[in-house]
Design a protein around this ligand. Structure first.
Ligand code: A3T
Length: 459
């Protein structure tokens, strides 16, 4: 909320014509002397806390600073570029009036909302007669609003007004999910796999939708309480109100991104399982709605009694993230499918940080190095496992990591210029293809994504 406070010798205004469709207040004319005129712009994200603080500021100014006889609340749309829409702005102004009435017993007047007004103002001109204030929410509460009433999230959940999981906004992963989460490094800053995955998600978002704006969230993801809604809400609000259009820093699992497009399309591309698990809740706006200080639709991943915020859609824009939540959700979908039977859990080839897992057998270093370089050059993440484990053990390790392509390279492959390839989506089968054919296949799969390849050695 932006407030311009003027200590006026005299104020006069008269409404001219409506500035919004069906102004909520009747037209009028008003005159007063020795008054505090508070020009107020209601901004997006303003809430009851802001209203209370604003009432306190205006009251203090009128009583302690200038000692006026009256206060005039003057709706004024020209102090901010992130204006709240009229219907909610009006209702917050009415609330501001009520809050002030609790403290201020002298004359209080609220000028009509939604009108062009002619006005005359005579400011007193003393050093404190002009003052401006910006009031923003300190703690971004998450509330449910219905019929003018405000509910805390836990209260709303108890009354079945919002899904129960919202009060906790966490997900209980099954055993496989927990293992995978750990394996993919989603629970530790130092692990590179999660960063690589997040990087790949971002690349995909950027190549599909154009440059994305980047925002980093707070502390890292705790799998037992993955990003509570309050904290995520704060991120969404930052992303929503920020004007920057540059890509800052490198992506982390707690980053959120803004882009033009509907994130639900992106989710469907990443995993078809999202269709069954995504729920959408209306963010305020018109009541009933969930108020996180931003308007739009909240997209949640929901499974059983757990749910995770994945982003919001606001008109033609989306804010997606924290990307760690997206990773966790994908792992959860796949792990549960696998648990239900007959499903090979996997993630899209382009998204997997390890595209190709190479298992050299014998003296094949030169061939493997050439191959690894060619694959990395087309954007593949390559792991070369030269550990002492047997072939079977190494193949199993690749499987445990849900690696899309696993290659075994021995003397025969070198002599024939081939690779023996296992594709995750064709279990139990392996095939010999020429080295160049395989590199083309991988290039084809990754072509649209603009990934940076790399080579890692496991020994
Ligand atoms: C005027 N005085 O500004 N905050 C405050 N007022 C708002 C808001 C908002 N977010 N949105 C709409 N009229 N209004 C006049 C000028 O002479 C109100 C406010 O009364 C505004 C009008 O709606 C048109 O925007 C124009």
């Amino acid at each position: 909320m932006r407030i311009l406070l003027i200590h006026a010798e005299e104020i006069w205004y008269k409404t001219h014509k409506p500035a919004v469709k069906n102004p909520p207040d009747p037209p009028g004319e008003y005159h007063d002397t020795n008054a505090v005129v508070a020009y107020v712009s209601i901004e997006k994200g303003d809430n009851d806390e802001v209203v209370k603080n604003a009432a306190e500021e205006i009251y203090r100014y009128a009583t302690d600073t200038v000692k006026s006889d009256s206060i005039i609340l003057y709706p004024y749309a020209h102090l901010s570029s992130t204006l709240e829409r009229p219907s909610r702005a009006h209702s917050l102004l009415v609330k501001l009036e009520l809050e002030l009435k609790k403290k201020w017993s002298k004359k209080l007047h609220r000028a009509p909302f939604g009108w062009y007004k002619e006005f005359k103002l005579h400011a007193k001109g003393h050093p404190l007669s002009e003052l401006s204030r910006t009031i923003t929410p300190t703690t971004l509460g998450v509330f449910y609003r219905s019929e003018g009433k405000q509910y805390a999230l836990s209260e709303a959940a108890k009354n079945n007004l919002v899904p129960h999981c919202l009060a906790k906004a966490s997900l209980r992963l099954n055993k496989l999910g927990r293992e995978k989460l750990d394996l993919f490094g989603v629970v530790g800053w130092s692990k590179w796999l999660a960063y690589e995955m997040v990087n790949r998600l971002l690349k995909r978002i950027t190549s599909r939708y154009g440059l994305a704006e980047h925002f980093i969230g707070g502390p890292f993801i705790d799998p037992n309480n993955i990003d509570r809604l309050e904290r995520v809400a704060e991120l969404y609000r930052t992303a929503f109100t920020s004007k920057s259009n540059t890509l800052v820093g490198s992506p982390t699992p707690s980053s959120v991104y803004k882009f033009i497009g509907d994130m639900r399309e992106f989710l469907a591309e990443v995993n078809s399982g999202f269709e069954k698990h995504v729920i959408t809740l209306k963010l305020c706006g018109d009541e009933p709605c969930l108020d996180i200080g931003v308007e739009g639709e909240l997209i949640l991943y929901r499974n059983g009694d757990g749910c995770l915020p994945l982003g919001i859609v606001m008109g033609s824009e989306s804010i997606i993230g924290p990307l760690g939540n997206l990773l966790v959700s994908i792992i959860d979908i796949e792990s549960r499918r696998a648990e239900e039977g007959d499903h090979i859990p996997s993630i899209p080839v382009w998204m997997h940080p390890i595209t190709v897992y190479i298992i050299p057998v014998g003296e094949v270093d030169d061939y493997v190095n050439t191959l690894a370089k060619e694959l990395a050059a087309v954007g593949a993440g390559v792991v070369v496992d030269t550990s002492m484990k047997g072939v079977g053990g190494r193949v199993r390790n690749a499987g445990k990591h849900w690696v899309p392509y696993t290659l075994t390279i021995g003397k025969r492959e070198v002599e024939t210029g081939t690779v023996t390839v296992r594709r995750r989506w064709k279990p139990g089968s392996q095939e010999a293809v020429s080295l160049s054919e395989f590199v083309s296949e991988v290039r084809g799969v990754l072509a649209a994504y603009g990934m940076n390849g790399f080579i890692r050695h496991l020994s």
